[in-house]
Design a protein around this ligand. Structure first.
Ligand code: DP6
Length: 350
């Protein structure tokens, strides 16, 4: 299958391309991987709309291979090293990639410290740019193929990035529940199988803790290799896919909430049961979760949460007649648990 994305004849020239790619938030989490960025279980995410990375790549042909990167106009040498390594890693799929010098300018529309996955939107945008350059050097490819290959390349940069290439609900990792799903790239979950209630959703990210995460994704994924509960977790992710597929079809919001929160807590439980152990929640995270549960009990309104591998809380709620009451509650009761009144307001992109 990988040969499908393999090398072609090319002719290089100076080039400049720019692309934009949104971030995504997983509902069934990817946590644990094998060699070559193969996920240990299938995952599914919502693609966001406001939280994006805009990237411009300038390619100078015939110069010695090197990468220079700027994040919001500031040179980032560490990031350049990472990209250099990434480019060397994908040469089999883009044979021209080491034949010139790169100047990469990138900016995120969301705060750097927000814990919103900048690696997902970042590698998504880079992969899209690379496919634009590939078109210039190898001849125009079909749009479908380009998207699939961009997702394939993004995965090799950061696993969750491969899901950011598509809108709506997006699946990465082979599962019998989704036709054409693959460990190598993401596919869009068929829109016809999604009830309308799930097509119009808010995601407000409460910035409980800004700054460096206590554990990087790379280390986190690695800890799953020795976690005694890992196999059961991978199996459960598969089971959750079957359940979610049915929930999405019939529009069962109650069970959706239950499943999504369970997934988030499982991710954190896995980290607590790792060796060494990590507790990624902060006091504010717990306070917010408890308030959400009380609020749901009292009002029966559909406000719920998911978490990434960090302390911040993604607040999920449908965009409908109830959303104003929910927003009021968030501002009045939940915002006080953030570090600097930080909240990033986004909606799902369908
Ligand atoms: C908790 O995609 O950041 O956000 O493949 O090592 O770059 P790498 O990991 P990354 O892991 C994301 C983990 C997660 C869950 C998810 O997005 O599915």
């Amino acid at each position: 299958m990988e040969e499908f994305f393999g090398s072609k004849k090319y002719k290089t020239a100076n080039a400049k391309v720019s692309e934009s790619c949104p971030s995504n938030i997983a509902l069934i989490k990817y946590w644990g991987k094998y060699e070559n960025q193969i996920p240990a279980n299938p995952s599914i995410s919502y693609t966001l709309s406001q939280c994006k990375t805009n990237t411009e790549i300038e390619f100078l042909a015939d110069e010695k291979f090197s990468v220079q990167t700027f994040l919001s106009s500031t040179e980032e040498k560490k990031f350049a090293e990472k990209i250099e390594k990434y480019f060397k890693n994908i040469e089999a799929f883009l044979p021209w990639i080491l034949k010139g010098k790169y100047i990469i300018r990138t900016e995120n529309t969301f705060p750097h410290s927000s814990g919103i996955a900048s690696s997902a939107s970042g590698f998504g945008a880079i992969a899209k740019c690379l496919m634009e350059v590939d078109d210039l050097f190898c001849g125009k490819a079909e749009e479908d193929f380009k998207l699939k290959k961009a997702s394939f390349l993004a995965r090799l940069g950061s696993g969750s990035a491969c899901r950011s290439l598509y809108n709506g609900l997006v699946v990465w990792g082979e599962t019998k529940e989704v036709e054409a799903s693959s460990d190598l790239f993401a596919v869009a979950f068929p829109s016809k199988d999604i009830h309308s209630i799930f097509k119009n959703f808010n995601d407000w990210v409460l910035l409980i803790h800004e700054g460096e995460k206590s554990v990087s994704s790379t280390v986190g994924h690695g800890l799953m290799t020795t976690n005694p509960y890992a196999e059961r977790r991978f199996q459960e992710a598969h089971e959750n896919f079957s359940t979610l597929k049915e929930i999405l079809k019939v529009g069962d919001l109650k069970r959706f909430i239950q499943l999504v929160e369970h997934e988030a807590l499982t991710l954190h439980a896995m980290m607590m049961m790792s060796e060494p152990a990590f507790i990624l929640m902060k006091t504010g995270t717990l306070a917010v979760i408890n308030k959400i549960w009380d609020f749901r009990k009292e009002t029966d309104l559909p406000l719920f949460f998911t978490l990434d591998a960090g302390a911040n809380v993604h607040l999920l709620f449908p965009r409908n007649k109830d959303e104003d009451k929910i927003k009021e509650f968030i501002i009045k009761e939940l915002l006080q648990h953030t570090q600097n009144n930080g909240v990033v307001k986004d909606v799902m992109r369908f």
